[in-house]
Design a binder for this molecule. Structure first.
Ligand SMILES: [Zn+2]
Length: 254
């Protein structure tokens, strides 16, 4: 699952096209039905911005295209008319380069879903206190699940959730209602720090994600994993050093 830092990298990759009048086409039949390409063909691209896990491409005349990559989508910047096998979802052809969207499962002229998102964790300006207040809206849900609710804070997927909570030694199974403000602020702050570092280096450092059954790098306890939340995304945590904020903060049935 591409997380917020992947989307920010994609936004950076496409910057050379900003300011250009682009020819747009959708070779993929499923993308043709979105009606996006004819709507933006011949327009000047004014900006490309990542918001949470969405990419927003703003064109002249107030036309906004929203691209969400889900599991499989990918934006590339290629030389114009580079040889290509397969049918991309969208090709944005500039003077010398073209932006190519492969397997873009969500391509839409409706940017409204983005307005319902929480703050983008990787935005230059980020209000931690406001994010904590919004997280409180998760009530009794486990912290690991709440951190991935894009309406509360946008950009975190299960990898950065696991890494951020390992970093601050808090279990993903702690109920938000039982966590103090400091823990919530620490969780958001750690995710932001780790993701910004990965955005710059392009190399996510992993300490706990996908390490189930192996010893914790910090304390040697065996790392555990278990599906969490309605989406059943896998949480990874160390029961030895990621402390519950109170007794009984383990996964259900443990
Ligand atoms: Zn540990």
């Amino acid at each position: 699952m591409p997380e917020g830092d992947s989307l920010h990298r994609a936004a950076r990759r496409l910057q050379p096209l900003v300011g250009q009048r682009l020819a747009a086409e959708s070779p993929h039949p499923r993308a043709q039905v979105t009606g996006v390409a004819p709507r933006i063909d011949g327009l000047v691209l004014e900006s490309v911005e990542a918001v949470g896990k969405n990419l927003l491409l703003r064109f002249e005349g107030g036309v906004v295209v929203r691209s969400h990559l889900r599991m499989s989508g990918r934006w590339r910047l290629e030389r114009r008319d580079a040889p290509r096998v397969g049918s991309p979802w969208l090709v944005l052809r500039g003077e010398e380069l073209e932006g190519v969207l492969w397997n873009g499962p969500v391509l839409s002229l409706d940017a409204r879903p983005v307005r319902r998102l929480g703050q983008d964790l990787l935005a230059d300006e980020f209000d931690v206190a406001a994010a904590v207040t919004r997280l409180r809206g998760a009530g009794d849900r486990p912290l690991g699940e709440a951190l991935q609710d894009q309406r509360l804070v946008a950009g975190i997927g299960n990898m950065w959730m696991a890494e951020a909570l390992w970093e601050i030694r808090v279990s993903p199974w702690v109920r938000v209602g039982d966590a103090d403000d400091e823990s919530l602020a620490d969780a958001v702050g750690a995710a932001r720090r780790l993701m910004r570092a990965a955005l710059e280096s392009g190399r996510p450092g992993r300490n706990v994600y996908r390490r189930a059954g192996r010893p914790c790098l910090r304390c040697g306890t065996i790392v555990r994993s278990r599906g969490q939340g309605d989406a059943n995304r896998t949480a990874y945590w160390c029961p030895g050093c990621q402390m519950p904020a109170q007794a009984g903060a383990g996964p259900p049935g443990s």
